[in-house]
Design a protein around this ligand. Structure first.
Ligand code: GLC
Length: 435
């Protein structure tokens, strides 16, 4: 019975969508049409929400709470590939074909400009204005990642920043390394202690995560890939110094010998299995390492800012945003879901059940959130989030990323010197940005 009702309501909504809301930018249209159809707004509309695999209960909980509040909207979860690059390509294939099969999707912070320019996503400004969503309450760096050409294309859902996690049973607090050189020394010293096999874990496979690790080394020595005006400035002594440190660590014997096959899952698995005193990862690492069901090191995990280079400590800004498919047939309902998930209620669920850091700074004072994630209250964590370094915000980011991935990988493999890799990057990124 329920199924039939949903089916007919989908058909109804589809008809409304087709007749009334071809570009959907006018959020008022749907309402008018619902009135026209004689108060059929009680009918259930199904929307499809896509995101990468969620090993926590957060997505399930968000959908459950949302549906309770919106009995006329039924959210179906569509799981996408976990690897951010593969997930990106899956969306591009779907949206290039102007498919309406998904309504709402999570976007890595580096995609909104590209998706906006390709015409895949809907500008959210009218919805934001109409519902009085106060954007000043959001972390402005995270918000900016969804802003392109003066419009807001995606709402910030959670924020990521690279951090150093360490084993409190192996590394005394006063010996937590403060610089990359100290990290190398301490990783050597503690490697083998407490049953560990390695000294340090990072992400050095040729993929997006390598760019994130590289940006941290580059920025901590004062280098940049592009400046504030998107001029390519990567070929500098600072960048060279930073990448030399990355290469030195990636080639050293403190990391696993196959470190160039490590993404987040390989590194976090080795860490929670007790194989290393140190790891560079995103905040979710804390909740995972303290999960008694999955981790051998629960209760023995400390968090610190990443080690510093000459110019201090730098964390790459990561995170995920939520956007609406421009071809969605249920834009109004899609917006209701985006608003809920990226608003205070949804973000609270993500933080408590998923260990994800909110993009609404006020939530860092929430007692239940702090109980689930005590390190959210630590100064080092808050500072790292506030100072996180964005990757270049350009529509052809995937090409820029690929250039960085390839050249850094070649430098790690010893096929290029760091100087050559950096000169290549400058030339190739400039060429791709002029296209
Ligand atoms: C995390 C970050 C994302 C980044 C990815 C790299 O998911 O949130 O921004 O691109 O890691 O693997």
């Amino acid at each position: 019975m329920k199924k039939t009702m949903k089916f007919s309501s989908v058909m109804l909504a589809l008809t409304i969508g087709l007749t009334a809301c071809s570009n959907g930018e006018n959020a008022g249209e749907d309402k008018k049409d619902n009135q026209k159809t004689g108060g059929k707004s009680e009918e259930v509309v199904k929307i499809v929400y896509a995101r990468g695999q969620d090993s926590t209960k957060a997505t399930e909980k968000i959908i459950e709470e949302f549906e309770k509040k919106h009995p006329n909207i039924d959210v179906e979860f569509r799981e996408m590939p976990a690897d951010t690059g593969q997930q990106h390509d899956a969306y591009v294939t779907m949206l290039n074909a102007q498919s309406s099969e998904i309504d709402v999707m999570d976007l890595d912070v580096v995609w909104p400009a590209e998706f906006a320019q390709a015409g895949y996503t809907l500008p959210l400004d009218r919805f934001i204005e109409q519902d009085g969503v106060d954007l000043s309450k959001y972390n402005q760096g995270a918000l900016a990642a969804g802003n392109f050409d003066g419009k807001q294309w995606a709402m910030p859902k959670f924020i990521d920043a690279g951090m150093l996690f360490y084993r409190t049973d192996i590394v005394p607090k006063d010996q937590v390394p403060k610089t990359w050189d100290e990290l190398l020394a301490k990783a050597k010293e503690f490697k083998g202690k407490g049953g560990t096999q390695f000294g340090y874990l990072m992400q050095a496979k040729q993929y997006e995560g390598l760019v994130c690790n590289a940006v941290e080394f580059i920025a901590s020595y004062g280098g940049k890939i592009v400046d504030e005006n998107n001029n390519v400035v990567v070929n500098s002594p600072e960048t060279i110094k930073g990448l030399k440190k990355l290469v030195e660590i990636a080639k050293s014997d403190v990391v696993p010998s196959n470190i160039t096959t490590f993404t987040e899952p390989e590194s976090h698995t080795a860490f929670i299995e007790g194989q290393s005193p140190f790891i560079r990862n995103w905040p979710y690492q804390y909740a995972l390492a303290n999960d008694q069901e999955q981790s051998k090191i629960a209760g023995k995990v400390g968090v610190a800012p990443l080690p510093a280079g000459d110019k201090g400590s730098a964390a790459t800004l990561g995170g995920w945003m939520t956007a609406i498919n421009k071809y969605s047939k249920h834009k109004k309902e899609a917006w209701e879901f985006v608003k809920f998930m990226t608003g205070p209620e949804g973000q609270k669920i993500s933080a408590i059940y998923g260990g994800l850091a909110p993009t609404l700074p006020e939530l860092f004072k929430d007692e239940e959130i702090l109980k689930a994630n005590p390190f959210f209250a630590e100064e080092g964590f808050v500072n790292a989030l506030n100072a996180a370094v964005p990757r270049p915000v350009v529509p052809n980011y995937p090409e820029v990323s690929e250039i960085i991935q390839i050249n850094v990988s070649k430098a790690i493999a010893g096929e290029l010197t760091v100087e050559q890799a950096v000169a290549n990057m400058e030339k190739e990124i400039k060429a791709t940005m002029q296209k």
